[in-house]
Write a protein that binds this ligand. Structure first.
Ligand code: ADP
Ligand code: ADP
Length: 223
């Protein structure tokens, strides 16, 4: 079933930049879609519009019913944006705290999320004590702790070295194969897109638009 449908979406920023022109895209539940294309082709704009951060100029976006009822979207940015003064535990707990979840239940959910990203044992660490890859795992745990139906990731591994990036890629793929969330993943790394996704949407700039929409056979099975 479609979870997100963009119909004829255009976005012109207030300074006149046409960031997107006539974008059409239907994302099915459980798909892992990568958006690739050169800097400035509107990838982040698409994610922000899907997240409801800012309005479009023309066109419409339809969200699946379960999504509108539960607000089950989570966003992961290139910068982990952790609170430096707070422990890993407190960083990951933040969205649950904001949602008013009772502490005991929240703690249990946080430990589960840390388990998913292989960070059990680091609950009391502070962000400065962790490597870049580990900080990104904390940021992913903070997104997963809300049990989102759709995970929006904007160049999440762009600032990491290649080895850390490929480790995170294979862990993310393994997680997705287990959980089957819908993932929309922005990257300009075509290798990463093909490795992770079962669909690659290629965009071009000026104006931002879709130039190819490529199904990829199921991601490589893990041995
Ligand atoms: P909108 O058209 O949605 O009202 P604005 O033009 O008001 O958007 O910009 C929103 C925010 O994005 C502002 O804080 C602005 O500083 C920032 N911004 C402006 N230009 C760019 C750009 N080229 N890339 C990224 N962010 C930008
Ligand atoms: P990408 O993520 O593919 O690099 P973006 O969605 O960030 O592309 O940007 C698409 C175009 O819109 C670019 O030309 C960018 O400079 C411009 N842009 C992005 N955000 C803003 C903003 N807030 N205000 C004005 N222009 C923006």
């Amino acid at each position: 079933a479609p979870v997100i449908t963009l119909s004829h979406v255009s976005k012109v920023y207030s300074n006149g930049t046409v960031a997107l022109q006539d974008m059409n895209m239907t994302i099915q539940t459980g798909q892992f879609v990568s958006l690739v294309g050169p800097s400035g082709c509107g990838k982040s704009t698409v994610l922000r519009l899907i997240a409801g951060l800012g309005g479009m100029t023309t066109g419409s976006i339809e969200w699946g019913q379960s999504l509108t009822e539960n607000h089950k979207l989570a966003f992961v940015f290139q910068e982990p944006a952790l609170m430096p003064w707070a422990t890993v535990m407190d960083n990951v707990r933040l969205p649950l705290k904001l949602a008013g979840e009772p502490k005991q239940k929240a703690d249990q959910d946080v430990l589960e999320a840390l388990q998913l990203v292989s960070l059990r044992g680091f609950e009391r660490s502070f962000p400065r004590e962790l490597s870049g890859g580990m900080r990104m795992r904390v940021s992913i745990a903070r997104a997963l702790v809300t049990k989102p139906q759709v995970l929006l990731m904007d160049e999440p591994f762009g600032a990491l070295d290649e080895i850390t990036r490929s480790r995170l890629n294979s862990d993310l793929l393994e997680l997705w194969q287990e959980k089957r969330w819908t993932v929309i993943f922005v990257t300009h790394n075509i290798y990463e897109a093909v490795y992770l996704s079962n669909r690659v949407v290629v965009m071009a700039a000026r104006p931002g638009r879709v130039v190819a929409d490529i199904p990829i056979d199921a991601p490589y099975p893990r041995s």
